[in-house]
Design a protein around this ligand. Structure first.
Ligand code: NAD
Length: 337
């Protein structure tokens, strides 16, 4: 049984904590909070030992009546790996501390690949991260792109990808981000950083991306144009995606024609937090024309990277050499497809 700490019990951190807790080969031995907010209360209520990541703020937790087990310095000696889920940019600074403390670290997509050194996607480069000390799980958008591009590349080879990504303006719980009434080229320069980010895990893929921000909180949406090496029959692409774990083919015809309806479906599935860890691909959008595959997909940004964090722990701690076995185990224990 491997011991895992979570630094930053927020949107991603609390989900990774739950996903680790339902595995049988790893456990959470502590989560950290900086602020004594509702998430700190809930962490304690769920039975996670709570550590303060900013020791000088201990008084705030006492005032709020939140029982803490210690400060983050007390946690390092108890863990095999720290999953850093702090806001983008902070993880790279924390990496130096983990290094000093002799602790392995997993970071999230808000960190820069160059600062962490290695990036991870379960389907694309699991084996390249076996035994690694510091690894970044690529962002929610990059994870979404890899989940569908990798099986297509394996099926028939990809010459070139162009993707237009429509990104949610904020997560549902955020009140300070936007836009609330605009479509924002983000970045306004072409290409966006997402293509190079995919290349940190699918090293040789020729991919160019453009991204926009829109006033929605539910999901990201991607539009892909993929030039194929050896175009197969469309049914072969459909069969491949249907057989790919963590990918779900959805049909507008069955009432799933928008991100709103897909998230309503996720609520009906009764999963924790109504998460949809799988990438939803619109079946009707799949089309091959002149050797180019077109499709549209939706990404639940708060949850698609969560099973990847579990697999990343297994790879870094060399608990499982075979990515397919880790993916299957993670999915089974989380109750996802
Ligand atoms: P969040 O703001 O929801 O949670 C961050 C947590 O870290 C909070 O508990 C906060 O209290 C804590 N924190 C803040 N400053 C800290 C500090 N200096 N030291 C320690 N803890 C601190 O953020 P999030 O959305 O969970 O994002 C975390 C990482 O995951 C980022 O790199 C982000 O880019 C990435 N990510 C986010 C999403 C998403 O949709 N939210 C998706 C994929 C990846």
């Amino acid at each position: 049984m491997k011991n895992v700490g979570i630094n930053g019990y927020g949107t991603i951190g609390k989900r990774v904590a739950d996903a680790v807790s339902c595995q049988d080969d790893m456990q959470i031995v502590g989560v950290t909070k900086r602020t004594p907010d509702f998430e700190a209360y809930l962490a304690v209520e769920k039975g996670f030992p709570l550590y303060i990541s900013a020791p000088e703020r201990e008084g705030l937790f006492e005032e709020a009546g939140i029982k803490v087990t210690g400060t983050i310095d007390d946690l390092y000696s108890k863990i095999d790996v720290m999953v850093d889920c702090t806001p983008g940019g902070i993880g790279a600074k924390n990496k130096e501390v983990y290094d000093d403390m002799g602790v392995k670290g997993i970071f999230q997509g808000g960190e820069k690949h160059e600062q962490i050194g290695k990036s991870f996607n379960s389907f694309s480069n699991y084996k390249d991260n076996l035994g690694a000390d510091f690894v970044r799980v690529v962002s929610c958008n990059t994870t979404g792109l890899c989940r569908t591009l990798k099986p297509i590349d394996d099926l028939c080879g990809i010459k070139k990808v162009r993707a237009v990504m429509v990104r949610r303006g904020a997560d549902p719980g955020q009140i300070k981000s936007g836009p609330i009434n605009a479509i924002v080229p983000n970045p306004p320069t072409v290409p966006s950083h997402h293509g190079p980010d995919v290349q940190t895990v699918m090293y040789d893929l020729d991919i160019t991306t453009i991204a926009l921000l829109v006033p929605t909180t539910l999901m990201h949406q991607h539009n892909l144009m993929v030039e194929l090496e050896t175009p197969p029959a469309l049914d072969d692409v459909i069969d491949t995606l249907e057989a790919t774990p963590r990918v779900l083919l959805v049909e507008a015809e069955k009432g799933l024609g928008s991100t709103a309806e897909i998230m309503e479906y996720a609520r009906d599935l009764g999963r924790p937090r109504s998460d949809l860890n799988e990438i939803a691909v619109w079946k009707e959008s799949l089309n091959i024309k002149d050797g180019e595959l077109f499709y549209m997909q939706a990404i639940h940004q708060e949850s698609d990277v969560v099973p990847e964090n579990v697999d990343c722990i297994r790879a870094m701690l060399e608990m499982e050499d075979d990515p397919a076995k880790s993916i299957e185990k993670t999915n089974k224990n989380m109750g996802i497809n």
